[in-house]
Design a protein around this ligand. Structure first.
Ligand code: MLT
Ligand code: MN
Ligand code: ZN
Length: 296
């Protein structure tokens, strides 16, 4: 299985356009600290790739990644479709950026598809530009190509703010995505938003060869302490990395390569010199970086 990390920042990116916090200011002063919005490209077959989550940076992310460049035909693209792990704007706004396609394959759970149809009215708005071909992502393996199948592990019923109060209380609103290569049995768990750690997720990460998960906040109080929110990390739908409720100890002892993504600009890991990188390394963990290529 071949993956390429297209971005590793939470909503807003790093730097965020209206933010002068130390993380954003640091990224303006040191361009190597910049991170695009969290996204991943995964190969389904020779010359056929899926993008996991369509961010506002998707155009630049495709240009940064030669494997995703079009050709040799004038409008021939290796991008076969987009898989969505939730309906949040930072993971879906980029779909509109792909409207130059005649048609677009979107792989998502039923609540995510319905939220995007009724909230941002994606089908109605994009229909005159590109036909959206939806495929339902669920707990049964969905073939994406000879080298790849996708399975959803339902995580939480956390709705995006534009969809609060809509739909059923269904843990398919936010899923961890398991990507598997049938020929080798290799698997990746990609979960950029984790409000909970259900047993099915524990089983999936135990079986995985690589795990890339929610590293939005270092600790539970970070959003309050840094003044960006009155809610805690888990109150915002993101289990923190550190602490007793954190994900670091849940990831301890796994055989998989384990990385964090979706870093918020308040996260001290946005500073490459911060001591917390060493704390992660001591636990066998690492922060993912934009452009990382991972072969399983
Ligand atoms: C989140 O990850 O919690 C959301 O993307 C927040 C947002 O972008 O508004
Ligand atoms: Mn987000
Ligand atoms: Zn900031």
């Amino acid at each position: 299985m071949l993956l390429q990390v297209l971005g590793t920042a939470a909503g807003g990116g790093l730097p965020q356009w209206n933010c002068a916090c130390p993380g954003c200011a640091g990224a303006r002063a040191h361009p190597e600290r910049r991170r695009r919005h969290a996204s991943l490209a995964v190969r389904a077959d020779a010359g056929r790739w899926y993008i996991v989550n369509a961010t506002p940076d998707i155009g630049d992310q495709i240009e940064d990644t030669p494997a995703l460049h079009p050709g040799p035909g004038a409008r021939q693209t290796p991008v076969a479709g987009v898989v969505l792990t939730d309906a949040e704007l930072d993971h879906t706004l980029g779909v509109a950026r792909l409207r130059e396609a005649d048609s677009l394959e979107l792989v998502a759970t039923a609540p995510v598809r319905e939220a995007l149809r009724t909230g941002p009215r994606l089908d109605a708005v994009l229909g005159p530009y590109a036909v959206l071909n939806w495929r339902e992502l669920g707990t049964a393996p969905l073939p994406l190509g000879p080298e790849l199948e996708a399975v959803a592990v339902p995580v939480a019923a956390k709705r995006p703010r534009y969809a609060v109060g809509t739909g059923a209380d269904d843990p398919h609103w936010v899923v961890a995505l398991v990507l598997r290569e049938p020929a080798t049995g290799k698997s990746l768990v990609y979960a950029p938003a984790l409000a909970a750690w259900p047993d099915a997720l524990r089983e999936a990460v135990e079986a995985a060869d690589c795990v890339i998960v929610d590293g939005t906040f270092w600790d539970e109080d970070e959003p309050v302490r840094t003044g960006i929110s009155t809610r805690t990390a888990s109150g915002m739908g993101h289990l923190p990395i550190d602490g007793s409720a954190g994900t670091a100890h849940r990831l301890a002892g796994l055989r998989a390569r384990r990385l964090y993504t979706h870093l918020n600009n308040t996260n001290p890991l946005t500073d490459p010199a911060d001591d917390r990188h060493k704390q992660l390394a001591d636990r066998g963990l690492e922060a993912a970086a934009d452009g990382m290529v991972i072969e399983l």
